[in-house]
Write a protein that binds this ligand. Structure first.
Ligand code: ADP
Ligand code: MG
Length: 502
């Protein structure tokens, strides 16, 4: 019928626009390399911030003692303690807990967020028991993994450049996040020192290196996406300080903000960006990371429903719940004065509900998309149930379900292949994309994040695309290693190597 043909036309057009032939991926990889050079050359020289991390030594295995780590980066935060036993003992003992962040704290005040975190941390410290030993007379030390763009001042201080991933707390921007956390810990009566402030990519890199000497880069594919790698210090023109003894410096690329005219973007990406909390920013992230993939799929389905009656004569209302709710709300809240307090209060309560709904959709859709994509039943039962549960669409035909799976495939494949192109760019920058005469070097990339970990079709596509880009010979020496929560251990290790007692 005409409707079906129209729906197929929308799908085909999407497929064309999302195309990532190998030539295009190489262009994207090259653009990444070029931007890396530019970002290292001067401050503000590129969309890639290429932030200097102040980590010039990665863990060696010698680290000893009790250390804590706190990982704040998305919808949850994790607190961890680890007893390090040096080269023989390694990780003697470790414990962690995970706490979700109430959505209203992601858009409230800085004090409220950090008070909440410090209180949870204090609770965790109070449960420290057998198997963990703090040397007498010492203060507890913490590695703070904070996965938002920070301008690092020293290894243990840095100011927030901007929030991403659904966080939006104006009064934290420009502040030293370590000072914010330290003040909150003091308010909780918790005696603890932040010894290292790192990004999750750097934590993952440090954790990866602790277990494998060949780790040279780390990539996160979770709610957001980012990468870090080890650079030669003299290849960082914008670095005017003393050259570190190691001759190396870890760079936090903030690659989520990468953009290039070679990136295949569609009208759906454009709409998502415009309606997001940070329009015009984090373009790479918006095409490949978990926070957005599911919403891109939703947008295409919505269009198919509106223009081709894909789900029948009416458009399922849930397909229309967009990010725009948030933006409307933001402007509303910004326009309010203190004297409006009572009504402000009511609006705030309402807004919290809406934000919760919004966050549910933002981060909740990608796992659903993944479940749809991985459905192996002959009648695509899982797809049918998902469409019913999430969108309230019943009685879908097998034909319709197949189209939905194909849609997920198109969006996931583009994301995975572009992620591979980004990694290819890093390898090129380091000259590890070619075989060198007589040299047999192994290269390991530590990878973490819920998207990579749980979305198998995504991670398989990423790995096969990287092989495709590198060619058979080189790809034999390059390994992607999934490091399960390496970033927590990594932050604790960096706290150990930057302890005040060394
Ligand atoms: P964060 O990035 O917030 O630190 P994670 O690394 O745990 O947290 O990643 C969580 C994200 O991973 C979720 O927001 C979601 O986008 C994605 N994710 C989690 N589970 C799945 C899944 N089964 N399939 C696809 N994506 C998933
Ligand atoms: Mg994380």
């Amino acid at each position: 019928s005409g409707r079906w043909a129209r729906a197929m036309a929308i799908l085909t057009e999407l497929e064309e626009k999302c195309g990532t032939p190998i030539g295009k991926l190489k262009q994207v990889g090259d653009a990444m390399t070029v931007e890396m050079h530019a970002g290292l050359a001067s401050e503000g020289g590129s969309k890639l911030k290429m932030l200097i991390s102040y980590v010039d030594n990665l863990p060696t295995g010698d680290e000893k003692g009790l250390f804590y780590a706190l990982d704040l980066g998305g919808t949850n935060f994790r607190v961890l303690r680890v007893q390090l036993g040096g080269n023989d003992g390694r990780v003697v003992n470790q414990e962690f807990t995970e706490v979700s962040i109430p959505p209203h704290l992601m858009v409230g005040t800085s004090d409220a967020l950090f008070d909440y975190i410090a209180a949870e941390l204090a609770k965790f410290v109070a449960t420290e028991g057998q198997g963990f030993h703090l040397s007498p007379g010492r203060q507890r030390e913490l590695g703070f993994t904070f996965s938002f763009p920070v301008r690092q001042l020293t290894i243990a201080s840095g100011t927030l450049i901007k929030w991403t991933k659904g966080f939006s707390i104006d009064d934290t921007v420009g502040q030293d996040v370590v000072a914010e956390l330290t003040k909150a810990m003091e308010r909780q009566g918790l005696d603890m020192r932040v010894a290292a402030l790192v990004n999750d990519t750097i934590g993952t890199l440090a954790g990866g290196r602790y277990f494998n000497n060949d780790v040279i880069a780390a990539v996160i594919l979770g709610t957001g996406t980012n990468a870090a790698y080890v650079e030669r210090a003299h290849a960082i023109p914008k670095w005017h300080g003393l050259l570190p003894k190691s001759g190396e410096m870890v760079i936090n690329m903030e690659w989520g903000n990468f953009r290039s005219s070679h990136l295949p973007v569609t009208e759906y990406d454009h709409a998502l960006d415009v309606e997001s909390l940070n329009p015009g920013e984090q373009i790479f992230e918006k095409i490949i990371s978990g926070m957005y993939l599911g919403d891109i799929v939703r947008r295409v389905l919505c269009r198919m429903a509106e223009e081709a009656a894909f789900f029948g004569d009416t458009v399922p209302p849930k397909l229309r719940v967009p990010f725009i709710l948030r933006s409307a709300l933001d402007s509303l809240l910004k326009g309010m004065e203190l004297e409006d307090l009572p009504i402000c209060w009511v609006l705030f309560a309402v807004s919290q509900l809406i934000i919760m709904g919004y966050l549910g959709i933002a981060s909740g859709m990608t796992p659903d998309m993944s479940a749809i994509h991985h459905d192996t039943t002959s009648d695509l039962r899982v797809v049918g149930n998902k469409l019913k549960d999430i969108l309230g669409i019943t009685n879908t035909s097998l034909k319709t379900r197949k189209v939905v799976v194909e849609l997920c495939n198109i969006v996931a494949t583009r994301g995975a292949r572009l992620s591979a192109a980004g990694i290819f760019g890093i390898l090129k920058k380091l000259g590890r994309d070619t075989v060198r005469e007589g040299e047999k070097q192994r290269t390991v990339i530590a990878m973490d994040g819920g998207l990579f970990e749980h979305y198998t079709k995504f991670s398989e596509c990423l790995e096969s695309t990287l092989k495709e880009l590198l060619g058979k010979e080189i790809s034999e020496s390059i390994v992607i290693e999934h490091s399960n929560d390496g970033s927590g251990i990594g932050a604790a290790l960096l706290a150990a190597s930057h302890s005040q007692y060394l």
